[in-house]
Design a protein around this ligand. Structure first.
Ligand code: HEM
Length: 120
């Protein structure tokens, strides 16, 4: 009987150790945030798809053949929301490139909003 109890005790301890490891294991997997972009970045949109998102409530734009969802960032644009609202639902290539083309910070910021590519 004593043996059975200590065996049971070992099982409990093993369970606690394994369970104790589980959260840290899953939290090391979670930061793979770059992976979450992979499926959406391969989605293709027509210009008509983009045009359907032409408001502040849902704002897509196409720039140099890629499609971006700028909705959540409109109010954060350092140059004011108007500049972004002006390209919602359109091909914003000329306006973006005219203002920011080749500027590293702006190009990097833009890349974070990509949801897919424009169908040619
Ligand atoms: C669509 C994606 C865009 C992104 C990701 C973006 C990003 C940015 C960023 C990061 C800044 C801050 C620059 C700094 O502090 O040095 C900025 C500023 C600014 N942006 Fe944009 N922008 C976008 C579109 C536009 C458009 C379409 C216009 C106008 C046609 C515009 C006009 C401005 C202006 C006037 C500023 C103020 C400072 C400056 O002249 O650089 N932006 N933008």
């Amino acid at each position: 009987m004593k043996r059975m109890l200590s065996l049971a005790g070992m099982l409990v301890i093993t369970g606690v150790v394994v369970a104790g490891c589980a959260p840290s294991k899953s939290s090391t997997v979670t930061p793979g945030a770059t992976n979450t972009n992979t499926p959406t970045a391969t989605a293709t949109f027509t210009l008509a798809d983009v045009a359907a998102h032409n408001t502040q409530a849902s704002c897509y734009t196409a720039i140099r053949g890629n499609v971006y969802d700028l909705t959540d960032w409109i109010r954060n644009h350092p140059g004011g929301p108007g500049a972004i609202v002006g390209i919602c639902g359109t091909d914003g290539t000329e306006k973006f490139s005219g203002k920011h083309g080749g500027q590293a910070a702006q190009e990097q910021q833009l890349a974070t909003f990509q949801i897919g590519t424009l169908q040619q």
